[in-house]
Design a protein around this ligand. Sequence first.
Ligand SMILES: Nc1ncnc2c1ncn2[C@@H]1O[C@H](COP(=O)(O)OP(=O)(O)OP(=O)(O)O)[C@@H](O)[C@H]1O
Ligand SMILES: Cc1ncsc1CCO
Length: 520
Amino acid sequence: MAVDYTLYLVTDSTPEILGDRCLADVVESGIKGGVTVVQYRNKTADTAELVREASTLHEITRRHGVPLIINDRIDVAIAIGAEGVHVGQDDMDLQAVQRILRTSLPNAIIGVSTSSVEEALTAARNGATYLGIGTVFATSTKKDTKSIIGAIGVQKILTELRSNSLNTPCVCIGGVNASNVQQILRQSRHDDVALDGVAVVSAIMAAPNPSEASQNLRNLIAALPAISRTQSLGLMQITNLSFVPDYIAAVVQRKPLCHNMINTVVQTMAANMAIAIGGSPIMSGNGAEAADLAKLGGSLVINMGTVTPDSLDQYVKAISAYNAAGNPVLLDPVGCGATELRKEALQTVLTAGLFDVIKGNEGEIATIAGTSAQQHGVDSAPSNLTLRQKAIMVEEVAKRCGGCVVVMSGAVDIVSDGYQTVFVRNGHEYMGLVTGSGCCLGTVIAAFLAVHRENKLLATLAALLLYEIAAEQATTKEAIRGPGSFLPAWIDTLYQIAQSPESDQSWIKGGKVEVFQHSR
Ligand SMILES: Nc1ncnc2c1ncn2[C@@H]1O[C@H](COP(=O)(O)OP(=O)(O)OP(=O)(O)O)[C@@H](O)[C@H]1O
Ligand SMILES: Cc1ncsc1CCO
């Protein structure tokens, strides 16, 4: 039987999720809305109840032509003649399951939960019918947060499987809901590698109308744009910078909320820069208010510059809240390669959710790429890499975080969405002499992301050009004698350009953007 894994429902009979509703009604409603596979999961019922409930569900799923898979209990699957079973890493091992089912349910689907490349390769090589990859996000239905792997973890597993010629279908599981389903499907993609579907629990089981919730998820999945080279921008569009003034004008007009969880060094400077370019900053380090702030339609900056154990917890909460609301998140992994604690914090943040932009200096991006030597603080150290090597690194990191734009700042900035990579040769050396010039760039890009969601690469490029050309212009002012007098002049110039980006477009002619070409 060819199984459609697009929308895989895992049941939950606990009072917190199911409430006092009838399990069979909720499942049938979900199927009517578009659920394509059902897994019956009940960790507490006794065997008689499991068999009773499973056979009631089986009547419904059969009527709708949807496979029913039983979690863990192979005996229950055999008793009711279910289409399959699903086992976790702590349940009976795959080969034992196969031996048992060979005679009683020879065509059974056998799914296996996996949270690492090793587990996935082993299960696929041993003949699992499909893999459930997770946990993607922290979720109230799964308390064990050790196995949270984020989109990057899912992508890593998928890529390893496919590069080993293992085509086992894969669904991801863990905290998937309507606000993040497109992101997880998009961000776990890498070239032609993609998930076959998503597994959800509470997004359907706890929904007031499970049918509508399922239909909504199916619509979101169907609406997902295919990411391919042909879909990314034409080179003309990138080097023709006439879009930039329009992008700026829209930011000024919309005044997006810029929620900054930013280091304690640059709070005021970042807030002033956000105001100068037309944003509305709020510097809040309290993750508990992130869900309310996310409702206001702005974007979030996670800047790890002065990370502490408490602030790390707050970042994780805020990232989940913004992902759930479907609002953009920018990560600035300041100094992430400087200490062991920062390296660990980086991993926690990277697996806490999804990012639209990751911006860092060379040492920071190299740490994410896994190629960095020891960083000596928060500033960039002189590099041994050629521009070409840096560009390839930025592109690789962007590919790995599918759907994410990566910016490596420096004298020449490199921006990539994994498909197209550009060099930006604007800016001034005084920028490198002002602490937080990288951090504030994150704040400015995030403001643009809030308004220009349809194209993150263009939004990032517009923000970067405004930021750097303003800096260049500021240095030409008479009173500028060094980085100290430069900073207020830079904020003034940002403000002046942002207020009338369209009336005088001559400034954008100073944009120095070049497309990186692999063949050169
Ligand atoms: N020598 C330079 N010439 C032109 N622009 C520069 C130069 N140095 C830095 N910049 C610009 O300054 C901004 C910040 O980049 P940088 O790489 O210094 O960030 P950073 O090291 O993260 O800074 P911080 O940690 O102080 O926030 C970017 O827009 C970058 O293009
Ligand atoms: C100097 C400094 N230390 C931690 S964050 C920060 C600001 C620049 O990244």
